[in-house]
Design a protein around this ligand. Structure first.
Ligand code: GLN
Length: 545
């Protein structure tokens, strides 16, 4: 394809939050990629936290982790799942990070004594962060999603930065505005006034959207389309309907149908070409829509009231279900409510058990009870991060007989610290960005279940933790039947390896991983561990009967 200058698409939101800017951005990226345009997506978040790593999942859902170890907004997970293109630290920038860089520059004296202000210094830093992604000419298109809604005080500098960019780069910049068009049942009508107001707010700030995507529960008629076009200064074909979808993976096809990519390419003066190649995507959707069997998998965790807290795990299950043409029903179980007394009843009807990642003491007892039940009843088990650590604690207590065995995260004084803080974490004082983060290589043991699942010995997976398996106890565990099947070689420390994965070979499927496989599962490459876990659940269900 002929090389063009990098083009920039900004996606803003109006009327209400949670309209799905992330999904629209990811869907557009999917369409552009399928047409051969190298595309990446960036999220600018207007809050003051440096990154979402220190945010409680109840506040903001899951914290997603990139290859290079950035703790990011969960929208980056959608970007990767839709595009299959890894993101990095540069793809998620918050107001906190912008101010941090500006203040550091001020302290260094880089501003040569001038008064440091929102305009131009903060806006310059925002623009620099956007342009950074175009630096090596790696991408044809950079899509930048601006968090929050226009009109918020905290998004003002971002809108202003985009306004400046539309002047600086004219033809290479465009703006998509996502709004909500509510249906008033009493009037029997779709209402465009909120959209008009939100576009007016943008206009007051000097920004004219080129395309308006209307999120709606009902079809948008031609007259509603013309009305939005007329009041908001856009061509009628640039008013795009975005109806509620059966699942998020339908959205790229809906946007193709509506011609979103066509209008974008027209505005950016990029060749349109023929139809994008979405055959793999369509085949994924076909499989998803036509399952041949069904399993139920228990997800034991402490944030079950909030689906977003386990977003990547739920999406990984959906993708792995499609590969197996099996509908995966995820049964969220609040670990705090699990006890020895009710575990059999609560886990009955589930064909596999996943114990989720997490932090702190709350809900640990229930997780241990669930693991014991899965281990003894040979129910397929997958423990991720804290879930793996809990499987080690459970084994120590109930098989090795060390009743006080624990992680030092839960009990610093235990006589059997089978999980303990990593050496290099002991001195850490700041909580933000200091865990063991991002991708590390892992070597799998020959003949292990995991080696069979991955089909290779050397893998790389992403991490987010401070505690780890205590190698002092390795021999005891192996003698008693829990084996270490994945290690990360460590250089320059007094230990030679970190434990990344454990298995119980006598169990049909008992796997604990210190890393997070869910972050790497995409539509194009569903994660092999999730695919195998769903297969194990199917085997459990159908062999049992
Ligand atoms: N709390 C544990 C640790 O810090 C597990 C973290 C996790 O599950 N992401 O090691």
């Amino acid at each position: 394809m002929q090389k063009h200058r990098t083009k920039f698409i900004f996606v803003t939101g109006g009327v209400a939050s949670s309209l799905g800017k992330g999904i629209i951005s990811a869907s557009l990226a999917r369409l552009l990629l399928s047409r051969g345009y190298k595309t990446t997506i960036q999220k600018l978040d207007p809050y003051i936290n440096i990154d979402p790593g220190t945010l409680n999942p109840y506040e903001h859902g899951e914290c997603y982790v990139t290859e290079d170890g950035a703790e990011t907004d969960l929208d980056l997970g959608h970007y990767e799942r839709f595009t299959n293109v890894p993101t990095s630290q540069a793809n998620n920038v918050t107001t906190g990070r912008i101010y941090q860089s500006v203040i550091e520059k001020e302290r260094r004296g880089d501003y040569l004594g001038s008064t440091v202000q929102v305009i131009p210094h903060i806006t310059d830093e925002i623009k620099r962060r956007v342009r950074l992604l175009a630096q090596n000419n790696e991408f044809d298109v950079v899509i930048t999603e601006i968090g929050g809604t226009v009109g918020d005080i905290e998004s003002l500098p971002y809108i202003e930065a985009v306004r400046q960019l539309t002047w600086e780069m004219e033809e290479d910049v465009m703006v998509i505005h996502l709004t909500y068009v509510p249906y008033l049942a009493a009037a029997g009508e779709l209402k465009t006034k909120p959209t008009q107001h939100s576009v007016k707010t943008m206009l007051e700030q000097g920004l004219q959207p080129d395309i308006i995507v209307c999120r709606t529960e009902h079809p948008i008629s031609k007259s509603v389309r013309s009305k939005v076009a007329l009041f908001c200064n856009v061509r009628p074909e640039c008013v795009i309907e975005s109806r509620d979808a059966k699942n998020i993976y339908e959205v790229p096809l809906m946007m193709l149908q509506e011609g979103l990519d066509k209008q974008v390419l027209k505005i950016l003066k990029l060749p349109y070409g023929g139809r994008p190649d979405l055959s793999a995507w369509r085949s994924f959707l076909r499989k998803l829509d036509h399952p041949k069997s069904e399993v139920q998998i228990a997800l034991v965790g402490k944030y079950v009231e909030l689906k977003d807290a386990y977003k990547s795990i739920l999406e990984a299950f959906l993708q792995a279900g499609a590969v197996n043409q099996c509908k995966v029903r995820v049964n969220m179980i609040q670990s705090e409510q699990l006890t020895q007394k009710n575990v059999a009843e609560k886990l009955s009807g589930n064909h596999a058990v996943l114990v989720a990642p997490g932090f702190g003491n709350r809900g640990i007892a229930g997780k241990l009870v669930a693991i014991e039940y899965a281990r003894k009843n040979k129910i397929p088990f997958l423990g991720i991060c804290l879930g793996m650590q809990c499987s080690v604690i459970e084994f120590a207590r109930n098989v090795l007989g060390w009743k006080d065995a624990d992680s030092t995260e839960m009990n610093a004084k235990t006589k059997h610290p089978v999980i303990h803080i990593m050496d290099n974490q002991k001195e850490v004082e700041n909580l933000g960005g200091t865990m063991r983060l991002g991708a590390y290589p892992c070597q799998l043991k020959k003949g292990s279940l995991l080696e069979k699942i991955y089909g290779k010995k050397d893998i790389s997976e992403r991490h987010r933790h401070r505690y780890e398996f205590n190698n002092l106890y390795l021999k005891d565990f192996e003698k008693a039947g829990m084996t270490v099947v994945g290690v990360n070689q460590v250089k320059g420390s007094n230990k030679t390896f970190r434990v990344e994965a454990v298995e119980i070979p006598a169990h049909p499927f008992f796997v604990g991983v210190q890393y997070h496989p869910e972050y790497k599962s995409t539509v194009e490459n569903p994660h092999p561990l999730f695919v195998a876990f769903v297969k194990a659940a199917m085997a459990f269900r159908f062999n049992k009967k």
